[in-house]
Design a protein around this ligand. Structure first.
Ligand SMILES: *[C@@H]1O[C@H](CO)[C@@H](O)[C@H](O)[C@H]1NC(C)=O
Ligand SMILES: *[C@H]1O[C@H](CO)[C@@H](O)[C@H](O)[C@H]1NC(C)=O
Length: 369
């Protein structure tokens, strides 16, 4: 992260704040932030639901400022927190949090729900979770609530100017297609055909988001799915080699996703959708953990069984003493430190990681618009 970028960014944010203060005195935040997707970005919506997909008991949150579980699938901050911190956005609440009322709504909201996928049949084993179409209904409800405070025109503007993050797809593979050797989707589709189906459904989901007013959307692809501790454990990996099939899934899905986003942008005549190549970002430290100060990228900090990759992370699990030395916090999710490194790439990475451009460039561009 070189300092000139930060100077530009900080200047841009300051200008935005000054402009806001002069022209919109009733406290419209510099830029709202909205989050949609699965457990990688859920900040606690599932705490309010009857579901097994939850992170509201210890040791989740052990390194969060309060040292208590919050519903984030992390030892500390998760992606939305770290992106908001890096990009100078407000600290947004889960939409289901009853404290999200009044002016707090103007900072945005997080609609994500652990366990969901692109497909409606993904995550059925977790019972009551907020599928993506339901997340959109809540987003519409949110917009009505904000209209009451600042009026429909300003609400439209708030949404059009917002930064949006959406993270989907991993669960469609690990908790649907690969959930069992006899899964319905596996009998129905070859891996490439399933991936193409996911991408075509994802395209509709993204166009709906556009129709709901989103104009800057960061879309993250999947990480190296075969290399997460859960897949190492369930595939019977002997020496830490990644599970070949989920790995192949990620290798097929991500380029298709990236291409679909490019297609949407040229159709819309604008860089609405920004692709975050989570596969390459994660691969860097999965291939060379020591270079990034990790002792392992294979073993989860919290879990049990081979690679600590089986079952859930609970008080009864193994727990590593220093979370900063691990890439994976639990069998599926990164530690706060790994997430922070990924967010650095989101902010300032090259086109290998962020296309057509990184988030610091976007923040600077949009503040001038
Ligand atoms: C998923 O469910 C929503 C409504 O709940 C529906 O509009 C959508 O078409 C469904 N998607 C598929 C692929 O069936
Ligand atoms: C992203 O980050 C910085 C700041 O905007 C910029 O100098 C750099 O070239 C960018 N990389 C790309 C490829 O956009």
């Amino acid at each position: 992260m070189s300092s000139p970028n930060w100077i530009i960014l900080v200047t841009a944010i300051s200008i935005a704040l000054v402009t806001t203060a002069i022209f919109v005195p009733q406290a419209v935040a510099a830029r709202a932030f909205f989050v949609f997707g699965d457990s990688l970005v859920d900040s606690g919506n599932n705490n309010y639901l009857v579901t097994t997909a939850r992170a509201d008991s210890p040791p989740y949150g052990i390194d969060y400022p309060t040292h208590r579980p919050t519903g984030r699938f992390s030892n500390g901050f998760n992606f939305p927190d770290l992106i908001a911190q890096a990009a100078g956005l407000g600290n947004i609440l889960p939409y289901l949090n009853p404290e999200l009322t009044g002016e707090r709504l103007l900072d945005g909201a997080n609609f994500a729900s652990a366990g969901i996928g692109i497909l409606n049949d993904t995550g059925i084993q977790f019972a009551n979770i907020i599928r993506i179409f339901r997340q959109y209904q809540l987003f519409q409800q949110y917009q009505l609530r904000v209209s009451v405070i600042i009026g429909p025109e300003q609400t439209q503007q708030l949404v059009n100017n917002a930064l949006v993050l959406i993270t989907l797809g991993g669960n469609d593979f690990v908790n649907n297609y690969f959930a069992s050797p006899l899964s319905i989707r596996r009998r129905q589709f070859s891996l490439p055909a399933f991936s193409a189906y996911l991408v075509s459904e994802y395209k509709k989901i993204l166009m709906s988001l556009y129709d709901l007013g989103a104009r800057r959307v960061l879309v993250t692809g999947t990480g190296p799915l075969g290399c997460v501790p859960s897949q190492l454990a369930s595939s019977g990996s002997r020496n830490g080699e990644c599970a070949p099939e989920p790995q192949r899934a990620a290798e097929i899905f991500n380029p298709q996703l990236s291409q679909m986003l490019q297609g949407l942008n040229s159709q819309l005549g604008s860089d609405v959708f920004i692709y975050g190549n989570a596969f390459s970002m994660n691969a860097d430290f999965i291939n060379n953990p020591q270079q990034f100060g990790f002792v392992t990228s294979k073993v989860a900090c919290c879990g049990q069984g081979p690679y600590n990759g089986l079952g859930l992370c609970t008080v009864a699990s193994n727990l590593c003493p220093n979370r900063d030395l691990y890439v994976f916090w639990d069998p599926f999710h990164p530690t706060q430190r790994a997430a922070r490194l990924l967010v650095q790439q989101i902010m300032t990475g090259t086109t290998k990681y962020m296309s057509p451009m990184n988030l610091s460039t976007i923040m600077a561009l949009d503040s001038k618009a």
